[in-house]
Design a protein around this ligand. Structure first.
Ligand code: F42
Length: 354
């Protein structure tokens, strides 16, 4: 069954994120993902507040990065949130943004190896085991968390799994998702991660991403069902498409157009002149001119926008292309609270079979 998640950005006070997450939990969402940028409110502080005031929803950073915070600290934070939330923590980790990190004086070398090794690092620590690595990026002599409660691992018949005459013990599993777009990142993280968060909204992008993810799982001898393929999509719902387009939907799309390489713009058959106009307006900070410059084709290439039937149609197409979790990302709707309630009434029951 399709999982449904939601993304919030802590550029708003944390009380608002808690209020929206509680609404999302009541509406039937499975996951909440909090974005991580150092210039916003801190992601782990936001997750702490959310963990304490919710009961069921899975929660995690979507995504933090191993360049601005050590995987050892991320593992410790995730174990703490897992304890506070009674086993609901997940970790989302990606390469981070090169320009932002270099502004902080942080070197951004080997992004793929860093993310892949960090997953191995965090997995070992969150399971309560000792981590040592002489890797391409990390040279870890010996790291272990003191706070993980390890229980004996049982086999399918309920008997303890033994190694060297001793029962194997492990802490609670915290799923680790990788944020990935590029071919190398998709393939290499698919070899090790429990899920892949793909910043895209159109089935064409997922057809291409799935090929790389399948290459990765095949190379690692895994089954594709072990990876939660997640569409981390820009989304806006309204009672009509016109209403859904009110608010920030076109502004979000404009940023995606401006940040996309030409090969992606061409893949969606977009008019390059119109795309250049959007880039020019953004460059000048002319936000007033953007709604007129962002075309319907751009909206449909980079976002899921519409009334309930249009949104369901697009999510169905993504599901057919291999997506197993759909994350409702910014702006969600012209009014976030109303949009969350509408998704709970009109979209989630459709996919959960109520
Ligand atoms: N970034 C944030 O800073 N905060 C967020 O909250 C956030 C959320 C988010 C959610 C979903 C998602 O998919 C991404 C998100 N991001 C967020 C962005 C994320 O942090 C990364 O910036 C983004 O995913 C990176 O894009 P990418 O996966 O395409 O990887 C980059 C590094 C890339 O260019 N990859 C290419 C590729 O083919 O995969 C090139 C790889 C490369 O550089 N290779 C080198 C080489 O020599 O070949 C390095 C080799 C090595 O060993 O690493």
């Amino acid at each position: 069954m399709l999982r449904i998640g939601i993304e919030f950005v802590p550029d708003k006070p944390i009380e608002k994120l808690v209020k929206w997450t509680k609404l999302a939990e009541d509406a039937g969402f499975d996951n909440v993902w909090i974005t991580d940028h150092y210039n916003n409110r801190n992601v782990w502080a936001a997750l702490t507040a959310i963990a304490l005031q919710t009961d069921r929803i899975m929660l995690g950073p979507g995504v933090t990065n191993p360049f601005h915070i050590s995987p050892a600290l991320t593992a410790s934070a995730a174990v703490t949130i897992n304890e506070l939330s009674n086993g609901r923590a997940v970790i989302g980790i990606g390469a981070g943004d090169k320009i932002t990190l270099s502004g902080l004086g942080i070197k951004w070398d080997r992004p793929v190896s860093t993310v892949v090794e960090s997953i191995e690092y965090m997995r070992t620590l969150t399971e309560g085991s000792k981590f040592k690595l002489d890797g391409k990026v990390y040279k870890v002599k010996g790291a272990k968390l003191a706070i993980v409660k390890r229980e004996p691992v049982l086999d399918a018949d309920g008997n303890p799994v033994m190694k060297d005459g001793k029962p194997v013990k492990r802490g609670p599993k915290i799923p680790i998702y990788a944020g990935a777009q590029g071919p190398m990142m998709l393939k290499n993280t698919a070899m090790v991660a429990d899920g892949i968060l793909i910043n895209a909204s159109h089935p064409k992008d997922f057809e291409i991403a799935m090929t790389k993810i399948k290459e990765g799982v095949d190379a690692a001898g895994r089954d594709i069902s072990e990876v939660d393929v997640t569409a981390y999509a820009s989304f806006s719902i309204g009672s009509t498409r016109e209403e859904a387009l009110k608010g920030d939907a076109k502004i979000v799309v404009a940023f995606i157009v401006a940040g996309s390489p030409d090969v992606v713009l061409e893949r969606h058959g977009l008019d390059m002149e119109a795309c250049n106009k959007v880039k020019e307006l953004l460059g000048k900070g002319d936000f007033g001119g953007l709604p007129g410059a962002v075309t319907d084709e751009m909206v449909d290439a980079f976002a899921v926008v519409g009334d309930k039937d249009q949104c369901i149609g697009r999510i169905e197409e993504l599901k057919k292309s291999g997506v197993t979790q759909f994350v409702v990302g910014s702006p969600i709707g012209p009014d976030k609270s109303d949009a969350i309630k509408q998704i709970g009434k009109d979209i989630i029951p459709y996919f959960k079979g109520d």
